[in-house]
Design a binder for this molecule. Sequence first.
Ligand code: PMV
Length: 309
Amino acid sequence: MRAIAEAPAKAIVTGEHFVVHGAWAVAAALPRKVHVTIEPSSRFEVVSDLFGMTGSPELLPVSRVVEAMAREFSEKPNVRVTISSDVPGGAGLGSSAATMVAVASAFSELNSLGLSVPELVDCAMVGERSIHGNPSGIDPAVCAHGGVILFRTDTPPKRISFGGTRSLILTYSGLKRSTRGQIGHVSKMKEKYPGMFEMLARGMSELSLRASEMLREGDMRELGTLLTVNHAALMSLGVSNNTLDQIVDVLLSMGSYGAKLTGAGGGGSVLAVAPEGKEKSIVSGLSARGFETFRVKIPVQGVKSWLER
Ligand code: PMV
């Protein structure tokens, strides 16, 4: 018997970094997935299409999640974990969070633990902390819950519901970066300029609340303005770079309503919203400049798991 789980990728719509320091943020699950299979084995082993096999440092967090769950629920950690993913690593699209959530969900399924979504998020956080240091938890929360969420560290996530779908454009800069390093940089900025940081975090928290209303109402034009303002705030923190700023600028000059880096910055991806009639030409324009760009429809379902005999 084996357990299978699938968890979606994610994009942070507004409020990254500031969310680590207590601000509201908005995140959406995306229609790209990490797929995990867990089956009993004579010892713990893990194989991944992106990161090789047991012993590879990128896979250490997977063993942390399995070990912690085995200890907590008195189950055997001797399992074979197989991971396949269509979420690029280091692209700010939540490949690690989706992996940790899917591992927690498949391990729960295999051992009939019946864990709730918040409990799966707690288990996934063991792996996330070992990768990122002091993450806010927004990534595993949105990968597990799915849909679009309004998130703050001290409150259970609130689902932003709307009828129909909303469309987002994602452009991968091609530059990988470390979330841990970026979070560290922001903490230093906060220490150096506490007054300015506090004001900016308050502003971005308000901006996220407003963005959640615009998503609910489908006002993509106003949402776009908020995205661009959020990008400017992230630039001022020093987590953007020339490539990301240029991608944002090209997206705007091609007629997007707005654009910003998404995730930790320093590389990774840019998120944009655009008038429906312009989306196709924007995607081909960015692709022609050599940046992998795709359009996605949200909302998307969160993690799911099942058993196969
Ligand atoms: O690792 P990423 O690119 O998905 O970024 C995570 C978002 C941050 O706000 C930068 C960190 C966090 O834990 O919230």
